[in-house]
Design a protein around this ligand. Sequence first.
Ligand SMILES: [Zn+2]
Length: 269
Amino acid sequence: MCKTTTQSNPTVADLSRKVYTACSKGGGGKTVFIRIFDEKRMMDLTSSFLDGEIFPELESFFNELDATDGIPQAAKEILKTYSFKVIYEDRASTEAERQKFGVMDFPVYLESTEGPTALTNSEAEELLESHKLPGLTYTFLIKLENGQEELKHEPADVYGSLKAFLGDSSKIGIGIPGNFLDNDQTLCRKIAIVLIDRLIANPDIALSIRRKMFVAILKHEIGHMFGLTHEQNTIMHGSYQVGPLITNPTYTNFQLKIISLALTKLSNN
Ligand SMILES: [Zn+2]
């Protein structure tokens, strides 16, 4: 989530603040739907730096993850069985859609913080509530300890992170996973918000670099939706520094393992 989650120490109040029922069962479905909603037509403003279509590129990227160089065999076998669809809509999601979002739905909102249609804090919070995001979730990391791979988790205060994100103009996106790997629990709500105007308007980043940044930020936030936490000098780098984001065009092997674990857990849920 793009406020370092290690700084969040959720309290009992956070835990009990928002607890929702589980979302629809996965039933073994193997298609992941990345649903991009652009109610404010933010994509119309990106023509200055977008060269070619970005969403088909993103879809291919996810569909080719199983062919990543050096990917662990087990993750490869799992990822091979999934397909990814990126669906762009120049409208808001409807209440009926949000009600029906299930384990394989990854809603991403393109938003703006400037002008009359700026996303306010309360609107952002309502958006999360309407997706039934719990108050507390976890992000995951695989670490090597004494040569053994250990799956670690970190708690994340969902609504606190949202507020910190909106208030920090250096942050461009936030991605929030459900707690799908830990404690055998079934909450699988997830969401990403990308404040694309913060990238469009940033004069410090050359136009040619902004496209790469946009793609990288989508991969980063969708990575969070799979439960990935920040890791320096990977695509999950903890800040929007151009270097680490665009020089790491894909997930690391450990991150791919977590994505494959999350997918397995979600589709069998
Ligand atoms: Zn992040």
